[in-house]
Design a protein around this ligand. Structure first.
Ligand code: AVJ
Length: 317
């Protein structure tokens, strides 16, 4: 099935469900990539600053975990985006003349092109092999031809888009595709003051709202939908019991939306929500639980100075 058919079928399934939902992975088209870059630079969105701080302050400590100095390793990044944070590590590794290849994997072609251009210009000594593909497909293809030690980066608390224990099947799959000496370096946004968390997903400038609306626009342009964004209100929530940040678009009136490519209409009741995204927050116990139940062992946790965020280095158990 090609990408557009997959997208269309996922939209059909989500809007036919009760409660209705849309997949947040479809947030990231060209406009969505740009909006997420704006989110990363918002005052309220602390996640990016935390991970930047971890990399800036602890890069000297991180490097010897990745490299023994002699052997070449592959630094593989899942969902690299524009590589804004990773660049701190890349620059430092190049400075230190570390032998490694950088392999960013992303489903967004345009963001990979931006990243490659930027790195070729600013870090000409870097060996970069971008792959535009699904994470696992890319990793499995790599495994056939490449036997270097792999360090897999999964940063930014991207894992949080899985609800709670749903992350485990994903991590198990990853585990199955890793070899004994490989490592996973994975970012987790930690449970903290609920106000701080909610503000990060409810920014004053309304960029996060725009980021959600963009998926309705995308359905309109790519699938011939007639969503009227003005008749949906963005509602973000944080539940400190479950650690789930969730975002909804709530229909402000009874309405019917038509989607051409699906030849189907979807009716909304007044105040009916579409569940858009989950961003799970974790305790150290939660992280331990995930590692343990997916076959990993925590080698080392790296924290920012406020203990808002953890980059956790995992090895196979
Ligand atoms: C890219 C999935 C880590 O959940 O914090 C930012 C996406 N959504 N603001 C997150 C996002 C709303 C982000 N991740």
């Amino acid at each position: 099935m090609d990408f557009n058919t997959r997208f269309a079928e996922d939209v059909r399934e989500g809007l036919s469900s009760k409660p209705k939902y849309l997949h947040s992975k479809y947030f990231y088209d060209e406009v969505g990539d740009e909006l997420f870059q704006q989110i990363m630079s918002l005052d309220e969105y602390y996640l990016t600053d935390c991970e930047l701080e971890i990399f800036n302050i602890q890069k000297e400590e991180i490097l010897p975990y990745f490299s023994n100095g002699d052997e070449v390793f592959d630094l593989i990044e899942f969902g690299s985006g524009d590589g804004y944070k990773t660049k701190i590590l890349l620059e430092y590794f190049i400075e230190e003349k570390v032998k490694f290849n950088y392999i960013p994997i992303d489903i967004s072609k345009s963001i990979l092109e931006t990243l490659s251009k930027d790195l070729k210009k600013n870090l000409p000594d870097l060996d970069i092999y971008p792959i535009c593909d699904d994470y696992f497909h890319a990793l499995e293809e790599l495994n056939k031809v490449d036997f270097n030690k792999k360090v897999i980066l999964f940063l930014g608390s991207n894992i949080g888009n899985f609800r709670g224990d749903n992350a485990i099947p994903f991590l198990k799959h990853l585990h199955a595709d890793m070899r004994e000496k490989d490592q996973l370096f994975i970012g987790f946004d930690l449970k903290k003051d609920p106000h701080v968390i909610l503000d990060a997903y409810n920014d004053k400038k309304g960029i996060t709202r725009e980021f959600n609306y963009n998926l309705l626009d995308r359905i309109n342009t790519e699938l011939g939908g007639n969503f009227d964004r003005e008749s949906f209100s963005h509602y973000p929530t944080y539940n400190p019991v479950t650690g789930e940040t969730q975002s909804y678009l709530v229909s402000l009136k009874a309405q019917i939306v038509w989607i051409d490519v699906l030849s189907q209409s979807f009716s909304f009741e007044e105040w009916e929500p579409i569940f858009m995204e989950i961003s799970q927050k974790y305790s150290l116990f939660d992280i331990q639980h995930l590692a343990q139940h997916s076959g990993f062992k925590i080698e080392k946790n790296f924290f920012d100075s406020r203990n808002y965020f953890a980059d956790s280095l995992w090895i196979l158990k």
